[in-house]
Design a protein around this ligand. Sequence first.
Ligand SMILES: [Zn+2]
Length: 240
Amino acid sequence: MNEQWKIIPEFPDYAISNHGTVKRITPGAGTYVGKVIKPLSNQTGCVYVIVGRKTRSISRLLQATFVPANPVIAEIKMVHPRTREEINAHRRAKHAEKRGSRLRKKLSPAERLGRDRAQARRYQATHRVAARIRLNKWRAANPSSRIPAEHERKARLKGNGGSWTLAEWKTLKRQYGHRCVGCWKTEAELKVLGRKLVPDQIIPVVEGGLNHITNLQPLCHGRNGCNNKKGAKYFDFVIS
Ligand SMILES: [Zn+2]
């Protein structure tokens, strides 16, 4: 490799070659143009020279003179975070940049709810069929969830109105110890017999009974079930 010389940026009175030789390039007291600076070495084997009353290793001078400044490295150094806060801010900024979005602002619970609802509405509007299929699947897997709706529908047909929730029905069942008020068998015993507890209107809807939790009693339904025997006859198992 041909020997090339470059002025050392930090010490303009000296030049360094790509072979690692340092020489004086300006006149001065006690020195002359072209004087080769004698390299020294320390105990660790680092070869250095004394230039402009400063000690610099040859490798450092070579790097500073011949290796072009890397713009990427320069940028990294510039933004290199030091404190924990800076590190986090830097990560957030990089993350946001990656996603092609500005830093998202923190939403209040109400704003979050609004956003979720808007998202759900948009989803429902664009996925009507898929949403309906999923709802039907869920309803098939959770048959008891349909009970209030079914009763509401039947009661609405009769024009009685009123409504009750699944939670109210569960509470009612618990109040009766999960037993049928007709035969006083528990839900577990009824399951063996192939029956299940259903909400029964004490005053039937056809006779003007309200579809309200206060007009309901748990009754077994199935083969020989109390609900099947009862039919539409007025019969309050609880008070009779
Ligand atoms: Zn029963």
